[in-house]
Design a protein around this ligand. Structure first.
Ligand SMILES: [Zn+2]
Length: 256
C-alpha cells in the first residue's frame, strides 16, 4: 500500500536511536511523503537536516498551545525567518488545548492568533491542534477565513468539524479510531467527512494504534489507521489510501 503519515514527530528524542532506520523503511515500503511536525527550534533544526537526506519529508513548525507561554518576540522572529526562507510547508501545530491548560487561555489565544496571521500572510496551510476548545477554535478559524489547513488528530465535536469543512480544511484521523468504545463518536464523525477531505496520521510517538498499544508508535503504523478507517467506511484500504495521498498533495503540491 502507498501511504502518507500526515502528522508525526519523528524529530522527537524517542526516535534518536533508530530514526534513520525508520525513515528508510517508511519510504522504501510505500511512504509517498510525510509531514514531520516541529514544535520548537531544536525540532526544526533536525528537520532541516533530515530533509537533505529524504526529499519526501515535508516540514512544519509552530508553537503548540502547551508552549504558547513561550511564544515571544524571538520565537515569532524565528518562525518568520523559517517562512521567508521556505523552510516549512505549514505552520503548526498551533491551536488551543483547554484540557491540559499548560499555558493560560489568554496565552494560547494570543499565540494561536499570531501564528494564524503569519500563515495567512505567507499563504501557508496551518496544522491545528484543538482539544475541548471548540468555540474559541471556531472563532479564530472564522477570523482568518483565507487560511486553509488540517484539523489534526480530530477528536472535537461535529459543529467544529463542519466549520472546518466549510472553510476548506482537511480532517485528519489518528490511531484513536482503533481504540475501544470511547472512540465510537469519532468513528461516527469519520463517516461524515467527504472522502476528498480525509487525511490519516500517527501523531507518533504518541497514540499507538491497536494492536500495538503499550509500544512506541512510529510513522509506518499509519497503515493500521488507514485499514481501520477503510473497515469503518467499507471501502478497500488501497483506494482510501490513494485518495488520502491525493488529498495531501492537493494541500501540499509537489515535493518539499
Ligand atoms: Zn502532534
Amino acid at each position: 500500500m502507498n501511504y502518507i503519515d500526515s502528522h508525526c514527530h519523528i524529530v522527537m528524542d524517542s526516535f534518536d536511536g533508530d530514526r534513520n532506520e525508520i525513515l528508510t523503511d517508511y519510504f522504501a515500503s510505500g511512504g509517498q511523503a510525510m509531514m514531520s511536525v516541529a514544535t520548537g527550534r531544536d525540532d526544526h533544526e533536525l528537520n532541516l537536516r533530515l530533509r537533505l537526506q529524504w526529499d519526501r519529508l515535508c516540514t512544519s513548525l509552530g508553537w503548540h498551545p502547551h508552549d504558547a507561554k513561550d511564544f515571544g518576540k524571538s520565537e515569532e522572529a524565528y518562525l518568520l525567518n523559517a517562512v521567508q526562507k521556505n523552510e516549512i510547508r505549514a505552520v503548526g501545530e498551533i491551536g488551543l488545548d483547554y484540557h491540559y491548560n499548560l499555558s493560560t487561555r489568554a496565552e494560547q489565544l494570543r499565540a494561536f492568533d499570531r501564528q494564524m496571521a503569519i500563515a495567512g500572510k505567507a499563504g501557508l496551510p496551518v496544522i491545528i491542534h484543538t482539544r475541548e476548545a471548540d468555540r474559541d477554535t471556531t472563532d479564530i478559524l472564522s477570523r482568518h477565513r483565507k487560511v486553509r489547513g488540517i484539523l489534526h488528530c480530530y477528536t472535537s465535536g461535529r459543529d467544529l468539524m463542519e466549520t472546518g469543512l466549510k472553510l476548506d480544511y482537511f480532517i485528519s484521523f489518528s490511531g484513536i479510531i482503533t481504540f475501544g468504545k470511547a472512540a465510537s463518536g469519532i468513528r461516527e464523525l469519520l463517516k461524515s467527512v467527504p472522502l476528498d477531505r480525509l487525511l490519516f496520521e500517527t501523531d507518533s510517538p504518541y497514540l499507538t494504534p491497536v494492536p500495538f498499544r503499550g509500544k512506541r508508535n512510529d510513522p509506518r503504523k499509519v497503515v493500521h489507521v488507514i485499514e481501520k478507517a477503510a473497515e469503518i467506511l467499507e471501502i478497500p484500504a488501497e483506494n482510501l489510501s490513494e485518495q488520502a495521498n491525493r488529498n495531501f498533495f492537493h494541500l501540499f503540491p509537489g515535493r518539499n
